[in-house]
Structures are given as structure tokens and as C-alpha cells.
Design a protein. Structure first.
Length: 161
């Protein structure tokens, strides 16, 4: 039980960090879109909404208590939303002019391609971390045991030792 709590805490911490990165880069691109009227506004708003949703959830679920193991559907939804955000961002990258594979030095678009790729990559990585978290949290439910019963039994065993 202690191992799953440690892994869950580490996952939540990195989910929080990835959500911060995606929120910051999405916000910067919304600013660029507002100033220069260039970019995919709807895609960026969707991405920033998902990032803020996961930022709030990961911040709340960093607090260790038993109820954090009861919300695996929300973890799965966050994972799906991040994968959708990754797909819509990746689809727009060619329209944005950053579609060349080896263009990483920032000579086009004043370094915006690197920032856009960073936002896209961290959206995918965050989706993977939310999926791992959903699998970790849902394991007791699908292994045939009652989570609350398992928790109290393991807690009682730890007290005896």
C-alpha cells in the first residue's frame, strides 16, 4: 500500500508540473494569437482548459488520503482529454508552418515552433502519466477486492508489525 501511495504521489507531482508547462505555453500562444491574430484559437482554448482542469485535480489529489484512490474515472477522462489535445495540436502543426522534421533551431517564427512542439510533447506526456495513474488507481477495483476493506486490512497489518 505504501508503494502505491508513493508512486501515486510522484505521478501527481509530475502531472502538476506537466499541466503547468502546458498551461504556460498555451497561455503564451493565446497571447500571440491575440496580438497577431495568427493561430488556432479554439485548439488553444481547449488545451488550456484541459491543462487547468488537470492542474486543479492534481493539486487537490497531491494531498494524501484514501479518497484519492476512488476517482480513477476522472484520471481516465483527463488522459483521454490530453490525448485529444495532443492530436488537435499535432494536426495544426503543419498549418502553423512548423511541419519540417529537422527545423529545431528557431530560425522560422522566432522560436515559436520549438515552444509549440514543447506544448504538444508535454500534452502527450501528461496524457501518458494520467493514464498510468488511472491504471494504478483502478487496479484494486478490477482485481476483485474492495478498496476500503483492503485499506483497513493493510493498515491493521502495518500496525501489528
Amino acid at each position: 500500500m505504501i508503494f502505491s501511495r508513493i508512486v501515486s504521489f510522484v505521478l501527481r507531482f509530475f502531472e502538476f508540473i506537466f499541466a503547468l508547462i502546458v498551461t504556460a505555453t498555451s497561455g503564451w500562444f493565446l497571447h500571440v494569437r491575440h496580438v497577431h491574430a495568427v493561430g488556432a484559437k479554439g485548439r488553444l482554448i481547449f488545451t488550456i482548459c484541459i491543462a487547468l482542469y488537470s492542474l486543479i485535480l492534481s493539486m487537490i489529489w497531491l494531498i494524501p488520503f484514501t479518497a484519492t484512490f476512488l476517482h480513477y474515472p476522472l484520471d481516465a477522462f483527463a488522459s483521454i482529454f490530453y490525448f485529444v489535445a495532443f492530436a488537435i495540436l499535432q494536426e495544426w502543426i503543419y498549418h502553423y508552418g512548423c511541419g519540417r522534421i529537422f527545423e529545431w533551431n528557431g530560425e522560422y517564427h522566432m522560436g515559436q515552433c520549438m515552444t509549440y512542439r514543447t506544448m504538444t510533447a508535454f500534452s502527450f506526456i501528461a496524457g501518458v502519466f494520467w493514464l498510468i495513474s488511472a491504471i494504478l488507481v483502478s487496479f484494486p477495483f478490477f482485481s476483485g477486492g474492495d478498496l476500503v476493506t483492503q485499506y483497513y486490512e493493510e493498515d491493521a497489518q502495518e500496525r501489528r508489525v
